[in-house]
Design a protein around this ligand. Structure first.
Ligand code: GLU
Length: 331
């Protein structure tokens, strides 16, 4: 193959997920599994080699629910190394199930102006109309666009570009599965051109965690829930707790009482389980509402969804910065 020496260097790695999945040779019934390595995924998008000099790595063949923080730190080390070696941008393909979490995790630790663009697919590589190749092509267009620089980690799905802090998978199987509730996508890919609504804003990045063995629990408040699991978080050794609360960030009176005992000992965040909108800070006065919770030392999540709160808290504890938690929660 002809070598294009003057093309920008683009590093692409795959971690697994539906974008890499195929049905087994034995036919239907057993379901699709991760099979395609990064080379095989890229073979379906020959245009990429005309756009950039590609560096390719297969870093995993996992369904994205089985990724973990340790694996992500290894992926990050690879991606940072690629930029240090001159990559203009980096693309990661992975499963969509945990993409909203992995993107935020990596964004909090991504120190470059060079874009890190993440993408995947909703239809497996062996299904008709699979969206993996189109998403990969659009991800490369995003990664190479000068106006993508300085925006941290971006999620490209379905010709939309989402910011890592707000993107969420809001549909289980639909092709248009990703949204940024309350603010919409940062941009669109139109005829191969990336159009952003706003210039990049300021970014704050954390150093790499020096501790990784700690654990942060995430529990959802729900009707008539007992307090057994909530109380257990302290005795089970969790060092942080996130509650996906009702409405504007509310829990029951009995949960509030337990949180009042937990909050002096470990950081507790209450977010909203609704999927959209901020938590309140000064509206409701009942036991379990935001005024009561804050008076007990509980942090309100603002616009950060519960799952991203857990990522943030884990990284803050890992870098010894849990005292700075309040400043990291966007209103
Ligand atoms: N729908 C998911 C995907 O897009 C399933 C598997 C996974 O997240 O790895 O990849």
């Amino acid at each position: 193959m002809k070598e294009h020496t003057n093309l920008p260097r683009l590093s692409i790695a795959s971690l697994g997920g539906t974008v890499s999945m195929q049905a087994s040779a034995s036919g239907s019934g057993s379901g699709v599994m991760p099979k395609l390595d990064c080379d095989e995924q890229l073979a379906k998008v020959p245009q990429l080699r005309e756009m950039a000099h590609l560096e390719i790595a297969t870093l995993g063949l996992l369904p994205s629910a089985s990724l973990g923080f340790a694996a992500l730190l290894e992926v990050l080390a690879w991606a940072r190394g690629e930029v240090d070696r001159g990559a203009h941008a980096v693309i990661l393909t992975q499963g969509t199930d945990s993409l909203e979490e992995t993107a935020y995790f990596l964004d909090l630790l991504w120190p470059f102006d060079a874009p890190l663009v993440m993408t995947g697919a909703m239809r497996a590589a062996s299904q008709p109309g699979n969206d993996g190749p189109a998403n990969l092509l659009a991800a490369a267009q995003v990664a190479l666009a000068p106006n993508s620089r300085g925006r941290g980690v971006l999620v490209q799905m379905n010709d939309q570009v989402h910011g890592a802090a707000r993107v969420r998978k809001t549909a289980s199987v639909a092709m248009a599965a990703f949204e940024s509730p309350g603010c919409g996508p940062l941009g669109d890919v139109v005829e191969g051109v990336v159009v952003y609504g706003q210039p990049p804003g300021p970014r704050e990045v954390l150093p790499l965690p020096h501790r990784t063995e700690h654990r942060v629990a995430l529990l959802e408040a729900c009707l008539d829930a007992d307090t057994a699991l909530l109380k257990a978080t302290a005795t089970l050794g969790y060092e942080g707790l996130v509650i996906a609360g009702f409405g504007a960030g509310h829990v029951s009176g009995s949960w509030s009482e337990v949180l009042g005992h937990l909050a002096p000992a470990l950081p507790v965040i209450v977010a909203t389980r609704t999927g959209s909108g901020p938590t309140a800070t000064a509206s409701y006065g009942f036991a379990g509402a935001e005024i009561d919770l804050q008076s007990k030392g509980v942090h309100m999540a603002g616009r950060l969804c519960p799952r991203k709160c857990r990522i943030l808290l884990w990284l803050l504890i890992g870098t010894g910065r849990q005292q700075q938690l309040h400043g990291w929660l966007p209103r």
